[in-house]
Design a binder for this molecule. Structure first.
Ligand code: SF4
Ligand code: SF4
Length: 286
């Protein structure tokens, strides 16, 4: 469940800036949104690791290396609650003192998980509402899902926001108050990874560029401890290091991150950012 750029644009100031570590709790996502290249992620990830779910113990080991000034975002390249330990991971990060961000479709979440999440103050809680089947697997909308959605709507989580890409599933439409729902549409090609019939890739940015949100500092932890550049890097094009082995600061001192920064400054070589909707050409000094 991604921190979608289109969601972030729509939600604007509701999403704070700063350094973030997104957590991909599992490899593969049954929600199967057609605007999401998670199948490409799963394919690439399985080629390097057989770890499906991020283990709770590994999550704790990785987090022990991350300064508490870094927000922990349960988003990543799959729906976070497809990992049964997700709620415990959230609680662990919260108790350590991290700001918490949650982006979820609710698929895999249980009523008791929601009760536990209510007890902590998340900085961001975005519910990605299932659509009418145009882009998402609408068979996931059953009685349990609807009951949980009602429970979420009635919750007192101050940061909660609802968003749909396209049209809301008809069974959900009457549950979420219209004024609480942000409507958007798929706009990001994920650096060219999304099926071009769903989202057309942008023209590549030539020369020096900047990431408008500084997302080179909003990285993604994978189930085997690897850390990729950002929410666009579904295909593991820039792996900065591994938090089961490296310190957090090492991620930004290593050769891969240096290469990314040099290429953002205009050096030749593959750079995911060139195809990314977040990249803007850097204004020339002269
Ligand atoms: S729920 Fe999120 S990760 Fe899963 S397919 Fe949809 S957008 Fe991708
Ligand atoms: S511009 Fe680069 S760092 Fe920024 S979101 Fe896109 S791919 Fe990631």
């Amino acid at each position: 469940m991604k921190e979608y750029p289109m969601i972030l644009q729509e939600l604007g100031s509701a999403i704070p800036g700063g350094r973030v570590l997104e957590i991909t709790t599992t490899t593969g996502c049954i929600v199967g949104c057609s605007y999401c290249p998670q199948d490409k992620f799963a394919h690439r990830q399985r080629a390097v690791s057989h770890v499906k779910h991020l283990r709770l113990e590994d999550f704790k080991r990785c987090l022990a290396r991350v300064p508490t000034s870094v927000d922990i975002s349960f988003a990543g390249y799959s729906e976070p609650w497809l990992n049964p330990d997700c709620t415990e991971m959230v609680e662990h990060a919260y108790v350590r003192g991290h700001g918490i961000r949650i982006f979820t479709t609710l698929v895999g979440m249980k009523g008791r998980d929601l009760h536990r999440l209510q007890a902590l103050r998340s900085r961001v809680f975005v519910v990605h509402v299932l659509d009418d089947g145009a882009y998402m697997n609408s068979r996931l909308v059953g009685d349990k899902y609807l009951a949980l959605m009602r429970q979420v709507v009635d919750t007192d989580i101050a940061s909660i926001r609802f968003i749909v890409l396209g049209e809301v599933h008809p069974d959900i439409a009457g549950i979420i108050p219209a004024e609480a729902l942000v409507r958007a549409r798929p706009l990001s090609s994920r650096g060219g990874s999304v099926n071009p019939k769903v989202v057309e890739p942008r023209q590549p940015v030539v020369g020096a560029l900047t990431c408008v949100d500084g997302r080179q500092y909003r990285n993604v932890l994978l189930p085997n401890g690897d850390v990729t550049l950002c929410c666009m890097d579904f295909e593991r094009r820039h792996v900065l290091g591994n938090l089961l082995r490296d310190e957090y600061a090492d991620l930004f001192d290593g050769p891969v991150f240096s290469e990314v920064i040099n290429r953002m400054d205009g050096t030749d070589g593959f750079l995911l950012c060139r195809m990314c909707e977040y990249a803007h050409p850097k204004a020339s000094a002269c």
